[in-house]
Ligand binder design. Sequence first.
Ligand code: UDP
Ligand code: MG
Length: 330
Amino acid sequence: MPAFPLPIPRLAIVVPCYNEEDVFSYCLRELLSLLDSMAQEQMIRADSFLLFVDDGSRDTTWEQISAACSEHACVQGLKLSRNEGHQSALLAGLAAADGQADAIVSIDADLQDDTTAIRRMVEAYRAGYDVVYGVRECRQTDTWFKRTSAEGFYSLMACMGVRQVINHADFRLLSRRALAALLTYTERNAYIRGLVPLVGFPSTEVRYARGVRMAGESKYPLRKMLALAMEGITSMTITPLRLIAALGLCICGLSLAATVYVLVMTFTGNTVEGWSSIILSIFFMGGVQMLSLGIIGEYIGKIYLESKKRPRFHVESFLRHNAPSTFQTQ
Ligand code: UDP
Ligand code: MG
């Protein structure tokens, strides 16, 4: 057993950024002052650092990140060759931080997540937890639609037996070994918040109130939210495929009962009126079959995409002080 508390960690804070020119300077200031005060209180090592990932932004985000890298030795900047999406950008940042830090926190650039919770995360890390989940206690600042759809999604995932931390997104601390374990999951389309619980290791939660976006607009429109939800379901469970089989079984049972009914009616000299019921059952079965094919197709599409083993991202530049500029990108 390790002796607790663990030694003061070198902390990395990884921040994926996509078109975040409106919030970047605010985010940088906040996180620099947090690192500074935590280092002064000897909660983290003085060589702790921030790692900003530019996910193919089309505004001045990268220019601002590079300026911050030149100005502050504790800032690193990673530029992806194109927009790969939040999950891939976060993985790129985590892969770049791997091996450099003892504890790695990921947080969104808009600072909707409470930065002071990072202090409690580090305390939990030093108490021996490898994974510390940031859990949103109060979501009043999210829209009604976002809250309701999130609740529906969590319930759906729970019904399908997927272990997921409720009201947790990608604000968390990982220890060096938890991160190394996470990076061994090589699937192309990773759903990180579903994979982290699979990694295991001692874990705990810190609760915080989610605030509003400091500036700019959400980079998660409905289309991206639905894609992430679909990714979450198809990458974490095959329950929908089993439900199709169960549905097929139920429909077989019903049609058997209907056959018995028709036979009994025929032998007792009654005729069964049929036109409407035939039309309705044709439509119903057509719908069920198309839906089932769609679900099966979604999984087959996933196998197809995964089988190509394409890289998750390409790095265009990696800016950091006094260090080699390569790392494992897959
Ligand atoms: N983000 C990204 N790539 C994308 C979309 C978003 O790196 O394609 C980043 C974004 O800059 C932010 C984080 O992911 O740091 C979460 O996005 P946002 O805050 O807009 O999502 P919301 O809080 O509205 O769900
Ligand atoms: Mg946000």
